[in-house]
Design a protein around this ligand. Structure first.
Ligand SMILES: [Zn+2]
Length: 117
């Protein structure tokens, strides 16, 4: 991997995005250990409610009107994490207990929603 060697060589001048080093579900929270040493704890319910997919977050038209997909009521299963897939080295794609799986949570976004509100 010649490219990777170059990237490492340039490391002092380039700060790569922070990535999760370790992911673990602890009770009702997702615990993320980041490779910069930081840790985030995200309640699964909060994470699901922050789902950034078009169906949950809605899509804005140029007038700023928000269109949401068919609103399905969330149930306890909606906040159960079935699986987490890594996508393209920049995001996580959770599969929820109610079958919803179209939300892509970028690592940046995860760090943001992990902050106390
Ligand atoms: Zn969604």
């Amino acid at each position: 991997m010649h490219f990777r060697r170059i990237a490492e060589h340039l490391a002092p001048f380039y700060s790569p995005p922070v990535r999760p080093e370790n992911l673990q579900q602890i009770g009702e929270e997702l615990a993320i250990k980041w490779d910069d040493g930081g840790e985030s704890f995200i309640p699964l319910e909060k994470m699901r409610r922050a789902c950034p997919c078009a169906g949950c977050a809605g899509e804005k038209d140029i007038m700023g009107n928000v269109y949401r997909g068919s609103e399905k009521p969330l149930s306890p299963a909606s906040f159960r994490l079935v699986r987490l897939a890594h996508v393209g080295g920049y995001a996580l794609q959770p599969v929820w207990g109610d079958g919803h799986s179209t939300g892509l949570f970028s690592f940046d976004y995860l760090r943001k929603i992990a902050e106390p509100t």
